[in-house]
Write a protein that binds this ligand. Structure first.
Ligand code: KIV
Ligand code: ZN
Length: 505
């Protein structure tokens, strides 16, 4: 039966983290997990515990401490993966073991080197093994959309009997077309005898830009769980964007007759948090969460919206928590006003974090007349989501001009040792990066550099994003500051700290 409540399974912390350069540390993942609780997501996939000790610790930390949400951990079809996943998940309220095995001929032949019978047997044995730990077992037929449907039906029926309670039909390669994908879901619903004992789920990739369309077609055809990520990040072209599916279901409830329990007012803040943490900027024209998603440029549209918002707006910006340029506070605001605002924005900080944010707020507010939500968010991310820093900027002075040789002098801490260095460059940012490179002795290569402003005006905070590479490891670094050279230095050091963090992982 199509429609009804749709379970939202968010895999930002697992598939989303598979976006090149988007790795997150334990603290960042934990912050996001807390945000997912606020959003009222049904299930979060916290990671792939067997993949590394870092992944294991992240999943365990979330399962141990985050309540009121199901926490899933991914595992391949072997006992070691499943046992390790359970070790990470076992303290959770209602943890889910998510196991996957490919069912397409192409994957079975070239990747698994197994025939159908062996795949069926392994899937059943693995689900049975996982079901000894919990009744909350999900089985994914990897590359399902390119698999023989009757074989998928056979595998799904067998794994339900073995104890699987969620069956996921992924479009792993983003190959499916919406009508075809919806038809497949309807086919599964008709041809799996025990389907009413399990939740049918979909997991779409966006290689042809159809992930959301395919997920919605599946919901129309009877899927009851959608797997997605915030901002659509993920492997290659990414996954179905959570915000798109949730807002489509809300906006077109008339047609889709399905609902989610997501508190949509937290969508914008979550999108910004994911962007800041991963360093993956959201394209301005991105549906629902892009900077232009509710901006009306043409005079005719502006006139229409002023007369009646619904002439050109199918969603109310307030419903996704878009608080357009809401003024936060000024430089005279005291601690209490700031702490209240931070609480309203949904952050729970400890005393030390509050103090750091307050000090930083005062410094920024001193040079910037007005502080908006976005400014405060940038400060919160910078101060609260720090990874353990080997490198820390203490101060910098840069000189530039049309007739001056650009020079930068940087004072920083390297492993608790204070150091100063200077360099010349093509411009002040180039000089600063050269000085930092000398002090840190980094062998990394800068692949990408972008500057944007967080809000409008020449007094806006500058936001810099860099992508750097060392020994084939690529990371993103982000920094914000009213001074653009300082923002660039912070971004570079953030990237270098991430590289060091990954080396230790
Ligand atoms: O894309 C995919 O098939 C996956 C599975 C592990 C669900 O990510
Ligand atoms: Zn995937």
């Amino acid at each position: 039966m199509a429609g009804g409540k749709i379970f939202i399974f968010d895999t930002t912390l697992r598939d989303g983290e598979q976006s090149p350069g988007a790795s997150m540390n334990m603290q960042e993942k934990f912050r996001l997990a807390q945000q997912f609780v606020k959003l009222n997501i049904d299930i979060i996939e916290a990671g792939f515990p067997v993949a590394s000790k870092g992944d294991f610790d992240c999943v365990k930390n979330i399962a141990d401490h985050i309540c009121d949400i199901q926490v899933a951990g991914l595992a391949r079809c072997n006992e070691k993966d499943i046992d390790t996943a359970w070790q990470a998940l076992k303290n959770g309220d209602n943890s889910r073991i998510h196991i996957f095995l490919a069912t397409s001929d192409i994957h079975m032949k070239y990747k698994l080197k197994m025939d159908r019978e062996q795949v069926l047997e392994l899937a059943v044995a693995s689900v049975r093994h996982a079901a000894k730990y919990t009744s909350n077992v999900e089985f994914s037929a990897e590359d399902a959309s390119r698999s023989d449907l009757d074989f998928v039906c056979e595998v799904f029926e067998a794994v339900i009997r073995a104890g699987a309670t969620t069956l996921n039909f992924p479009d792993t390669t983003g190959y499916a077309m919406p009508d075809e994908f919806g038809d497949s879901i309807a086919y599964l619903n008709r041809h799996i005898p025990s389907i009413d004992k399990a939740v049918l789920s979909v997991h779409c990739h966006n290689d042809l830009g159809l992930a959301t369309a395919n997920s919605l077609a599946a919901v129309k055809a009877g899927a009851r769980q959608v797997e997605c990520t915030v901002n659509g990040i993920g492997e290659r072209a990414g996954n179905t964007a959570m915000e798109e599916v949730v807002m489509a279901l809300r906006t077109r409830a008339d047609l889709l007759k399905a609902t989610t329990d997501v508190v949509t007012e937290h969508i914008t803040a979550t999108s910004r948090m994911v962007s800041t943490i991963t360093g993956m900027l959201v394209q301005p024209n991105k549906a629902v969460v892009g900077a232009n998603a509710f901006a009306h440029e043409s005079g005719i549209h502006q006139d229409g919206v002023l007369k009646e918002r619904t002439t050109y707006e199918i969603m109310n910006p307030c419903d996704v928590g878009l608080n357009q340029n809401s003024l936060v506070l000024g430089k005279h605001s005291g601690r209490h006003a700031l702490y209240d605002k931070i609480a309203v924005m949904g952050y729970k900080l400890n005393a030390d974090e509050l103090e750091r944010v307050f000090n930083r707020f005062k410094t920024v507010a001193d040079v910037k007349k007005e502080m908006f939500d976005e400014d405060l968010e940038a400060i919160l991310m910078d101060e609260v989501l720090r990874i353990p820093n080997i490198y820390e900027l203490l101060s910098l002075g840069a000189m530039s001009g049309s007739k001056t040789l650009p020079t930068s002098s940087v004072r920083m801490r390297v492993n608790d040792k204070e150091m100063t260095g200077c360099a010349i460059g093509v411009g002040p940012i180039d000089a600063t990066f050269r000085a930092i490179a000398k002090l840190t002795k980094t062998g990394s290569k800068l692949l990408y550099f972008a500057v944007s402003s967080i809000t409008g005006g020449t007094d806006a905070q500058g936001e810099v994003m860099v992508r750097i590479e060392d020994n084939s490891v690529v990371v993103l670094g982000k920094g914000a500051d009213p001074d653009i050279v300082t923002a660039a230095a912070k971004a570079y050091l953030n990237g270098l700290n991430r590289l060091e963090y990954l080396k230790k992982k």
